[in-house]
Design a protein around this ligand. Sequence first.
Ligand SMILES: O=C(O)CCC(=O)C(=O)O
Ligand SMILES: [Fe+2]
Length: 310
Amino acid sequence: MTVTAESLSPVSIAGRPADFSQQLMHDFRMYGFGVVTDHGIPAATINAADAAARRLFALPDAVKRQWHLPGTGGARGYTPFGVEAAKDAAEVDQKEFWHVGRELPPGHRYAADMPLNVWPEVPGFREAALGMFTAFETAGARLLEAIAIGLNLPDAFFSGPTRDGNSVLRFLHYPPQPTAPNGIRSAAHEDINVITLLLGAEEAGLELLNRDGSWMPVNPPEGALVVNIGDMLQRLTNHVLPSTTHRVANPVGPAASRARYSMPFFLHFAPDYQIETLPGCVTAANPDRYPEGITANAYLLQRLREIRLL
Ligand SMILES: O=C(O)CCC(=O)C(=O)O
Ligand SMILES: [Fe+2]
């Protein structure tokens, strides 16, 4: 298997979205991924969330399993080792995780599609997780503005479709696997959502599948955000922005004896948003691949079945 030496150059998003849009869009079009610095998420927010996640995963298995809700698609609370498998994968992934969703006011019209959060008995967890959720949303809105500009759409194009969206914050823990260097922590997959914002990926292992079939390490600098395009945005853009296959490989060397803790934020559309190909993404060379629209919620349920979460 080939691994290329290329890697993504970090893009600063300190300025106005119109200023960083072009550079970011280049990487999104080419790789489906971008590495972002100056993302504005406070270090204190990240550290509090990271510490809360570590306290949670350090609890005994039997304690964590009381917050596992089988049959709910793992949408909230705890998912133990051995449940999630990538689409069509034979093996389950070597990971446990916890999902936090949006807190909706009682009686909200999306309540049926967005279950209530479950909270573990870990002091400060709820505050830390919700602080992280909000910070990811703010950064995500800036990124989506840059994407809208890059697609020649109005700057605020995504703000309506993602308002009260079904986004999920995932805390992930992969235990050390010192005897399985080059093994797989998370099998090759694509993300289902609009865009994913990932923190905590500095530890080696995250790789994306290049167009030439080689695996390319993502290697973000300390504190940088990894951003990737999900299936919903790929579908909306008629594959102009690709949802790139990625995986987490078990690192070799000393890192194989370390655990990995990462935090992806899966930014979603509102459940009733109708995903219909953007006319500006259809050309003679790239005809409309999805003449039928689908709601974000119907699409999500279809994909969750494929990854065995439903
Ligand atoms: O752990 C990581 O760095 C990436 C995880 C990932 O790709 C996912 O959960 O979808
Ligand atoms: Fe992923």
